[in-house]
Write a protein that binds this ligand. Structure first.
Ligand SMILES: CC(C)(COP(=O)(O)OP(=O)(O)OC[C@H]1O[C@@H](n2cnc3c(N)ncnc32)[C@H](O)[C@@H]1OP(=O)(O)O)[C@@H](O)C(=O)NCCC(=O)NCCS
Length: 147
C-alpha cells in the first residue's frame, strides 16, 4: 500500500464498514514499521481490488483491517490477502494471528473459518457504532506458513 492507493481504498472502506477508517488512520499505518499494509491489484489495469492491514508485534500478528471492492468479491481476493498476512506474520516470527470480527459479519467469519481460525471469545458491545459484539478469532502460525 502506498499513499497513491488511498483514494481507492477510502472508497472501498466507506461502502464496506459502518465506521470507515479515515485517510489519517491509513497514513499512520504506512508510517509504522511493525505494520504491513498491503493491496491486491486487479490483473486488468491498476487500481485496488482489496487491501489488508496487519501488525506484527512481540511474536504475534493482529489483523486490523481487510476489505475487498464489492465488484471483486467472491473471487478469492480476501483469501489471497489473508494468506499473505499469515505468510508475513510467519516471516516476522509470529506464532499466532488474532482478529476481531462483528458477530453478524457472516462473509468474513466464513472466510476466517476456511483458514483454520478458531473461536477465542466474545467482547460484548465492542463495536460502539452498532452495539454489536466482537468475536475474537485466532489461528496458529506455523513455520511452513512462511513459504
Ligand atoms: C469479507 C470480505 C473481505 C471477503 O472478501 P472476498 O474477496 O469476497 O472473499 P473471497 O472471495 O476470498 O472468499 C469468499 C468466498 O469466495 C470463494 N472463492 C474463492 N475463490 C473464488 C473464485 N475464484 N471464484 C468464486 N469464488 C471464490 C471463497 O471460497 C469464499 O467462499 P465461501 O464464502 O463460500 O467459503 C468482503 O466480503 C468484504 O470486503 N466485506 C466488507 C468488509 C469486511 O467485512 N471485512 C472484514 C472485517 S473483519
Amino acid at each position: 500500500m502506498v499513499s497513491g492507493d488511498l483514494d481507492a481504498i477510502l472508497a472501498i472502506e466507506s461502502c464496506s464498514f459502518p465506521t470507515p477508517w479515515s485517510r489519517g488512520m491509513f497514513e499512520e499505518e504506512l508510517g509504522r514499521d511493525y505494520s504491513d499494509a498491503i493491496v491486491a491489484q486487479p490483473v486488468e489495469g491498476g487500481g485496488v481490488a482489496g487491501y489488508a492491514v496487519c501488525w506484527c508485534i512481540a511474536g504475534e500478528a493482529h489483523l486490523l483491517n481487510i476489505a475487498v471492492d464489492p465488484r471483486f468479491r467472491g473471487r478469492g481476493v480476501a483469501c489471497g490477502l489473508l494468506e499473505e498476512c499469515i505468510r508475513r506474520g510467519a516471516r516476522c516470527g509470529a506464532d499466532r494471528i488474532h482478529l476481531e470480527v462483528r458477530a453478524g459479519n457472516e462473509d468474513a467469519i466464513r472466510l476466517y473459518r476456511g483458514h483454520d481460525f478458531v473461536f477465542m471469545g466474545i467482547r460484548k458491545g465492542y463495536y460502539t457504532d452498532t452495539g454489536e459484539d466482537a468475536i475474537l478469532l485466532s489461528r496458529e502460525i506455523r513455520e511452513r506458513d512462511a513459504k
